[in-house]
Design a binder for this molecule. Structure first.
Ligand SMILES: [Zn+2]
Length: 92
């Protein structure tokens, strides 16, 4: 079996949160190191329900996310809150 055709479950909310957190960090001028990025993603994801889809490994996640994520506004709000929290208390 070709590895690139392998299907795997992907939490598209997680993908969208990552995109939102990246953008929010740059909009707000926050620290964009891996630690702050990961912490903000974790904080935001804890406030949101996961939404899994089955996708081919290596598929274009940005395309999948933009069409399948339905709660854009909720995710944007949680990403913003998480980034602001991390900016106040960076863990490094
Ligand atoms: Zn940092």
């Amino acid at each position: 079996m070709d590895l690139k055709d392998k299907l795997e479950p992907i939490n598209i909310n997680e993908e969208f949160v990552k995109q939102c957190v990246r953008k929010t960090i740059s909009d707000l001028g926050g620290c964009d190191c891996d630690i702050c990025f990961a912490n903000a993603c974790a904080l935001a994801l804890n406030e949101l329900h996961p939404k899994y889809v089955t996708s081919q490994k290596g598929a274009l996640l940005t395309e999948i996310t933009s069409t399948k994520v339905t709660n854009h506004a909720d995710i944007t709000v949680e990403a913003t809150k998480a980034v602001m929290k991390v900016m106040k208390n960076p863990l490094h």
